[in-house]
Design a protein around this ligand. Structure first.
Ligand SMILES: C[S@@+](CC[C@H](N)C(=O)[O-])C[C@H]1O[C@@H](n2cnc3c(N)ncnc32)[C@H](O)[C@@H]1O
Length: 219
């Protein structure tokens, strides 16, 4: 299962980089996650001054999360497409380091009897919103102290992923990840993980290279 805690070691990353904000696109189900939902796992770190924001396009998933976190004032849910909701979410951040987990794609996709993923015919800014999300983030803040974790990079490029390539990429996926290099090359070290569906983990460029392994699952 592609989850933040399968990409990075949560506690050392949040603590060592002094992360004060967590922003996630794509909440995903909480009750059906067997405790593995990323927002749930981040909230369970119980870091007192960590504010958590999650953006979700589907009412039922949003409502479930609102209900689940109703007693946790540090979790703030946002209902809508990530491109529409990121600007107001970003306004709530200050200059302190933020960890972004970009994991929104294919609302309401499901698998048929042959286990082939069936994807709704939404426009690309909803189906594969990553490039726009990253552009919105980089235009609105200095990201140089932020960590950015991108999930499911196999949507954008083939590779030796633990769970194989994405059979629907030609029809529903992206062409490449060149835009990540364009936007983050000067400010971040980019590390690919091929676990599960593939992650791209972007650390501030001044992170000592010999410490990066401490934060990456399986490194
Ligand atoms: C893979 S799941 C997220 C899993 C969750 N982040 C976790 O790690 O536990 C993807 C979620 O993104 C949502 N989503 C898809 N496209 C979206 C979009 N354009 N904007 C916001 N949410 C979106 C889906 O409805 C789904 O809940």
């Amino acid at each position: 299962m592609a989850k933040l805690q399968n990409a990075i070691n949560l506690r050392p990353t949040f603590e060592d980089f002094n992360i004060k904000h967590y922003v996630e696109t794509g909440t995903g189900g909480i009750l059906d996650s067997y405790g593995q939902n990323s927002l749930l796992q981040v909230s369970q770190l119980q870091i007192p001054d960590l504010r958590m924001h999650s953006i979700e396009i589907l009412d039922r998933i949003y409502n479930e999360a609102v209900d689940y976190f109703k007693d946790n004032d540090n979790v703030c849910m946002h209902l809508g497409a990530s491109h529409d909701k990121l600007p107001e979410t970003l306004e709530e951040l200050d200059e302190n380091p933020t960890l972004f987990f970009l994991d929104a794609h294919y609302p309401d996709s499901y698998r048929d009897e042959h286990n082939v993923e069936i994807i709704r015919d939404d426009p690309d800014y909803i189906k594969i919103p990553l490039e726009g999300e990253l552009r919105i983030i980089c235009q609105s803040r200095d990201v140089s102290k932020d960590i950015i974790v991108i999930d499911d990079i196999r949507i954008y490029q083939d590779g030796p992923y633990e769970h194989g390539n994405f059979e629907n990429r030609a029809v529903h996926g992206g062409q490449n990840l060149n835009f990540v290099e364009e936007l983050l090359d000067e400010t971040h070290i980019l590390v690919e993980s091929h676990l599960q569906e593939g992650y791209l983990i972007c650390f501030p460029v001044d992170t000592p290279e010999d410490t990066v392994r401490k934060y990456i699952v399986g490194a």
